[in-house]
Design a protein. Structure first.
Length: 369
């Protein structure tokens, strides 16, 4: 294996092009409290050259950091980097953010976090809340001054224009953002602004919430090698763009690891002309596909909104085939479209949606199919 390594912004750190996302460990493993299999997955990734490991409090029902902690016990600390996070929902101010950080350090058996993320900035109001006097950013900045954090970054679901505004503030050294073949033509402004600011750029959700592998023919334009799996092509497509530092992949098995690291080898840089040509294959409709983050899954009348939005993707991709939506609900989720009619249009889901999709209107459409 010949993993590609890249400079992470101006930090002086060289990181693997493929990063390990710690959100998708096998549920049956961590619910049983037996981390042995998950630890093997981490160790195999490390053996194959992955040196960037991303986690967060709350991932895998609070087990993710513990799993990494067990794996790190037998790994040379000088050979890998760790990213974790703190958000407005688990810290109200700088003091609480410090406690979150200290808990992460304890769970993973670390002396410091290499890349600490201000977590999931979804609106500019969120950004202001993080940056207020005595707020989370200030608390983490103090921890950095004490040597508990090397670099402060942010993860975000902002649009390209707002990402550019945050990048221009110059307070962060890196960013993690959703970026893939579904939405790249509409998110590049933010990516370009972060690159111009000298930031490391990590992409999450490289498979578009599963949309790309589920519709390989629709996304065949990203393939440079017709023989390789579409998931590998999707990763290579992202990594071929010179601004991108890391593509995060959720690893659920050793097989996932071995298939993903292939994308981090022998990457052919994409030219501006190639990207422009690929952009012509996309439509504004594709940018409106739900990418499955599930932030909307807090419905007060218990509608399974993420599942319904996943099915609505079929409506977009098939040009308006309601039968495809009902088939997706039946086969994938063992449900029908009737639950969508329970919507009371309270708007909570649309407030939480990172993509600002018209969820209420879509639920109404699904209910009438």
């Amino acid at each position: 294996m010949n993993m590609d390594y890249r400079e992470y912004g101006r930090t002086g750190k060289k990181v693997s092009a493929i990063g390990f996302g710690g959100l998708r460990f096998p549920k049956e493993d961590y619910q049983s409290g037996n981390y042995e299999n998950s630890v093997k997955i981490i160790h195999r990734a490390h053996e194959l050259g992955v040196n960037y490991f991303d986690t967060a409090p709350g991932y895998c029902d609070e087990h993710s950091e513990d799993i990494f902690g067990q794996a790190f016990q037998t790994m040379d600390r000088s050979t890998f980097y760790v990213s974790t996070k703190c958000g407005l929902w688990n810290a109200a101010d700088g003091d609480e953010a410090r406690k979150v950080l200290e808990k992460s350090l304890t769970k993973m058996g670390l002396q410091k976090i290499d890349f600490f993320h201000i977590w999931a900035i979804k609106t500019m109001e969120d950004y202001a809340a993080y940056m207020k006097k005595g707020g989370i950013y200030e608390g983490i900045l103090k921890a950095k001054e004490e040597g508990l954090v090397d670099h402060i970054c942010f993860s975000t679901h902002l649009n390209g224009d707002d990402i550019a505004k945050v990048a221009q503030e110059g307070v962060f050294e890196g960013v993690t953002l959703g970026y893939n073949a579904v939405n790249f033509a509409y998110r590049r402004k933010g990516v370009e602004a972060c690159a111009k600011a000298g930031m490391g750029i990590t992409t999450m959700n490289p498979l578009g919430g599963g949309i790309i592998p589920q519709h390989p023919d629709r996304f065949s334009f990203i393939r440079q090698n017709t023989e390789e799996p579409i998931a590998v092509s999707a990763l290579k497509f992202i990594l071929a763009q010179p601004e991108i530092t890391i593509a995060l992949v959720g690893m659920n098995s050793v097989k996932d690891v071995e298939e993903s690291v292939i994308a981090g080898e022998h990457i052919i840089p994409a030219t501006p002309d190639l990207l422009e040509n690929m952009g012509k294959h996309l439509t504004q409709e594709l940018d409106a596909l739900c990418t499955g983050c599930s932030y909307c899954d807090e419905c007060p009348v218990d509608i399974a909104i993420p599942k319904l939005m996943d099915a609505y993707n079929e409506f977009v991709l098939t040009g308006g085939d309601s039968g495809a939506v009902k088939e997706r609900l039946k086969v994938q989720w063992s449900m029908d479209n009737s639950t969508a009619a329970r919507c009371v249009a309270c708007g909570k889901c649309e407030t939480l949606c990172t993509q600002k999709l018209p969820i209420i209107d879509r639920l109404k459409q699904i209910a009438c199919m």
